[in-house]
Design a protein around this ligand. Sequence first.
Ligand code: NAP
Length: 260
Amino acid sequence: MGLLDGKTALIFGVANERSIAWGIAQAFSREGAELGISYAGEALERRVRPLAAQIGCDFVEPCDVASDEQIENITAKAVERFGKVDILVHAIAFANREELSGPYYNTSRAGFHLAMDISVYSFTALAKAFQPYIPAKGALLTLTYYGSEKVTPNYNVMGVAKAALEASVRYLAYDFGRQGVRVNAISAGPVRTLAAAGVAGFKEMYQRYAEVAPLRSNITAEDVGNAAVFLCSDLASKITGEILFVDSGYNILGVAEPIE
Ligand code: NAP
């Protein structure tokens, strides 16, 4: 028996086989969920469709989350196909590359707005659109990073965006609590994905992480997928508004041990 048997899940943010959203899709499929996958735009279709086929998923729809119209369209299509959506996963973030290096104070007004729109508001916009179709025992999940709490050089406006995203998780958890739906986030350690490649110095940070984290290892999209199964399953039925770290314990460190 799968932990997600009988549940329908819609996952936003699969770009390729390295995406955290793909790790979540594979874990959800293994646990018996009926899946729908959404990707950003036509350019990704060639990569995403074959991946979806590997797990027997044929609901594969584009949605640029900057567009209310596209969010409305995918909501209508998902409801027509599945009737309800028990689980909604938001694994989307974007900031201009030039905002992800050097001092934070160089962030432009337009770059700030863009990062907040795609990486923060889109979670609220999806929650609003799907709210009438998420039944009791449903779950919403988003992805965040520790740069929301502590300074990670170069992460800059994304750190500020993740702080706002985590606050959104708490407000949405309060709103959705009335209908018995839970809202949580996973704070993942670094994973080598397309989005991560845009942050200056990521490669060095990734290597150092495995040397100093309590578990002395990097995490994988599969690790995130397994934690996502727990948070979106009935096993987590009284957990809402939480940020769960999947980071080999890195966040508990005060000072990292010097490397010999
Ligand atoms: P990824 O594979 O590049 O996924 C990011 C996704 O966001 C892509 O599918 C991207 O599509 C999509 N996206 C960007 N703008 C969009 C838009 N306007 N509409 C719809 N989708 C859009 O990278 P990832 O690392 O798995 O990122 C997933 C989530 O995990 C993000 O929230 C990220 O901040 C978070 N996270 C990542 C790490 C890490 O180290 N990788 C750590 C902690 C948290 P395009 O490729 O077309 O832009």
